[in-house]
Design a binder for this molecule. Structure first.
Ligand SMILES: [Zn+2]
Length: 357
């Protein structure tokens, strides 16, 4: 929305990075730009990735993903790695590349597996400009069954910046992002219930307000509904007071709608954030969740539900936090098959409350 952002977007467009982004914008993806940002940062990322693995993960941190658009995978062939992040997608290229590079290097393989939680170095306090630097979540694919690589900044997560992007063990976390259209909610719920699966939902506040019965149904069924802000705005453009209002208003609306307390789990719209915001959310009692699989699902897939199924199955790994946009018809059409496929691989479905201590 501001000139800088536009400038960045333009630059990205030139680069070709935007591809996915733009689209995203429409949904939740907007962050595309961010991705770009992230991409820019690639180098660091790379190192980061490496770094992260090395360190011991934090408990708290296990991470998920944010939302958005996974995209990349395909397109960026080049950078498969890039894929991960939805937003990233956008950025894909650069990031990916970068990422890719890094990851390999390091211990990736080794460490990553476990989880990434990262966190270690929380103590080192970054400068204020570093803390406010806009980051766009992404991940770097490493192949079927492997935990992806994650950006360098995850090394700065920790007790004061609680964030999770992947878990451990034979568990999968299905997370639905509903910053956009609601999609076929009946079909979605049927696929979950028929298979006895509970999922995690990040609805924008305006959807929570407009579809209270859907939210009440989720809560009654035991699904997790977590905080995704009232307006689904890029939080990096907001003042602290605005961020607080976005989050607290959501809590109030959720509690009024469902009669239940809000679980302190948060996802940044578009996966756009900065270290300062992570701290801010942590100080408000939240654990931020990103993701380790996302798809280019903000637009119709070439092969429809088959593409959605393939993306999820190809990215499946221990502790996988899967980001799916609820408004994607392809996702919903593939959901029953996806759930059965994941179960067939020996995974169980879990809620993000696993990451709360
Ligand atoms: Zn969203």
């Amino acid at each position: 929305m501001n000139a800088n952002r536009l400038r960045i977007l333009s630059a990205l467009a030139l680069t070709g990075l935007l591809a996915g982004c733009t689209v995203q914008t429409a949904w939740d993806a907007s962050p595309a730009s961010s991705s770009a940002a992230s991409s820019a940062a690639p180098s660091p990322a790379a190192s980061a990735a490496a770094a992260a693995p090395t360190k011991p993960p934090l408990a708290a941190s296990k991470p998920p993903v944010s939302a958005k658009p996974p995209e990349p995978s395909r397109k960026p062939a080049a950078s498969p790695s890039a894929v991960a992040t939805p937003s990233a997608a956008t950025a894909t290229t650069p990031a990916a590349t970068a990422a890719a590079t890094p990851s390999p290097t390091s211990a990736h393989s080794a460490a990553p597996t476990a989880q990434k939680t990262a966190a270690p170095s929380a103590s080192a306090k970054p400068s204020s400009s570093e803390e406010k630097k806009t980051l766009s979540w992404y991940y770097m694919k490493k192949g079927p069954g492997k935990v992806p690589g994650f950006p360098a900044e995850t090394a700065k997560y920790g007790p004061d910046r609680r964030a999770v992007y992947v878990g451990t063990g034979r568990k999968v976390y299905l997370t639905f992002d509903t910053g956009g259209p609601m999609g076929d909610t009946a079909k979605l719920l049927k696929a979950l219930r028929d298979n006895g699966v509970k999922a995690n939902f990040f609805l924008a506040g305006y959807n929570l307000k407009k579809y209270p019965d859907f939210v009440k149904q989720l809560v009654a069924d035991g699904d997790l509904v977590a905080n995704h802000t009232m307006t689904h705005t890029d939080m990096t453009t907001q003042t602290d007071a605005e961020v607080e209002k976005e989050v607290r208003d959501y809590e109030l609306l959720f509690e009024k709608t469902t009669g239940q307390p809000m679980t302190r789990i948060f996802r940044f719209p578009y996966g756009k954030y900065n270290l300062h915001l992570l701290e801010k959310l942590t100080s408000m009692g939240y654990t931020s969740v990103f993701w380790s699989t996302a798809m280019r699902d903000w637009e119709p897939r070439k092969n429809g539900a088959d593409d959605a199924y393939r993306d999820v199955m190809n990215g499946l790994h221990d502790g996988n936090i899967i980001l799916m946009h609820q408004g994607s018809e392809d996702n919903i059409n593939a959901l029953d098959r996806i759930i059965k496929g994941i179960k067939a691989k020996g995974y169980e479905f879990a809620l993000l409350t696993d990451f709360l201590s």
